[in-house]
Design a protein around this ligand. Sequence first.
Ligand code: NA7
Length: 568
Amino acid sequence: MPDHVPERPSNGAGPAGELDAIIVGAGFSGLYQLYSLRERLGLSVQVLEAGDGVGGTWYWNRYPGARCDSESHCYSYSFSDELQQEWSWTERYPEQPEIMRYLNHVADRFDLKRDIRFGTRVTDAHYDEAANRWRVTTEAGERLTAKFLITAVGCLSSANVPDVPGLDSFAGRWYHTGQWPQEGVDFTGQRVGLVGTGSTGIQATPVIAAAAAHLTVFQRTPNFSVPARNGPLTEEFKNEVKANYGEIRRKMRMTTNGHDYSVSDRLALDTTQEERQALYEAAWERGGLQFRSTFQDLLVNKEANDTAVEFIRAKVRQVVKDPAVADKLTAFDHPYATKRPPIDTEYFETFNRDNVTLVDVRAAPIERITPQGIQTRDAEYPLDIIVFATGFDAMTGPLLRIGIHGRGGVALRDVWDAGPRTYLGLQVTGFPNLFTITGPGSPSVLCNMPVAIEQHVDWITDCIAHMREHGLDRIEAKADAAEKWVEHVNDVANGTLMVQAASSWYLGANVPGKPRVFMPYAGGMARYRGICDDVAAKGYEGFSIEGLAVQATGAGSSKAELSSGALR
Ligand code: NA7
């Protein structure tokens, strides 16, 4: 950190750049957190964002075919009725450029950009216990301080580029889908290799195949996918949604996954073979993530899950003409939906094209990248472009790449050495006044993200409002409460089949050396919301929450800084 860089006053900040809150990230969560703290509580807030625009995950993930798997009318903010009435989505699932237009519209409509500093990556954040302040440093060496630090860094923003020997020697171009060039990539006439068949690879495959001379898909783990059935929204549908938004939002808040449909209460194993087939057929035709809600027991009973696996396998076999290719695509090694289930537009159909090859890199692993292409144990595949759709260091990655240090200089990286430990996914013991929006231990990625985000932001905002009203300055998760929560998160996950997917990023299993811990809270959004509300109603049970006015004697503190209840 260069010493000569002065602390820089910011919008709404005090003379020494003192802020009430610093928010890291200007995606869905950062924008709403800024809006809430500024407009509801009147705090001085600065958002620091590495990208040159708003959007977070969507700013970086602009690969071909990038589209949200939540339906558009549910993938939006609910906090402003004017906003939801004036905005119209065009397709059942919003494409990346449309999501970017939406988030820019939100940022402009609520005049948020004036408090966002773009092109500013946070490298370090240290909690100064004596001053009760977070001291934040950016890549450029700027320093800012604030009473509260709120991470809005997203769950899927730290790209996982596999450490394959020889990548530097590749004579062509290579890209990771999560760091896609702003100017796009022209595939015309190119031989393209795509590594990875998660949601991203499955979305990109048909689009790249249509543009490239040849596409080779390198598949390690065969993945399930259900047709998305995307298409334009009718005026009738749009009007109906707008007329019923109140009810739709109410339902979304009360469901397990934050969508506007519920998990069926039928059990696959209590249903006759004919009926079950008919229900799966109907779900397949309707398309989308809702397929996993066809039966209640799919995620808790292996035998029930097997019925979904067999149904999908048969569907893929109907679509894919070459039986050897169909075999590779359906050699599933985990129960359905125990990894994040993709939905697609003509993914399996793409393998019927003459210009597409599927390579099984489980059978013959990638050994190295050569100047010409990818070398597996069995063959070398000449390529002009390699696309890594290899996912993310999910959930903990975005937090740990910031050097976050709490009380006594303790590093978050060390505290989470054996896996993330939080209380409610909102706070970490030893890191006072740090809130982690959609942090590990919260429903986050198991929920439609805007719903999870709004619930966290509202809770954090209410908490800070409560602190102001009661002259409280510091909040920190108690160790025993966090301990119990971690245990609960594990117990709930262990009660599902989700812990059985050997390569799941929910478990951190996709990143070599990452501890195997099931990170999101699998108890469902509705239940989780109830728990969080209850904690707040009981005076923030499990948190130590205190005023510091009488203790304002520590070195580096000033009476003004620590005076009870005065955030501004
Ligand atoms: P995912 O779901 O983590 O998928 C990554 C894919 O890349 C997956 O098929 C991996 O195979 C594969 N992969 C990763 N590393 C390698 C190496 N070294 N060699 C071969 N194949 C590899 O990421 P996505 O971006 O598709 O989706 C992330 C989330 O974004 C998604 O779940 C939605 O929530 C939105 P593996 O399965 O590990 O064998």
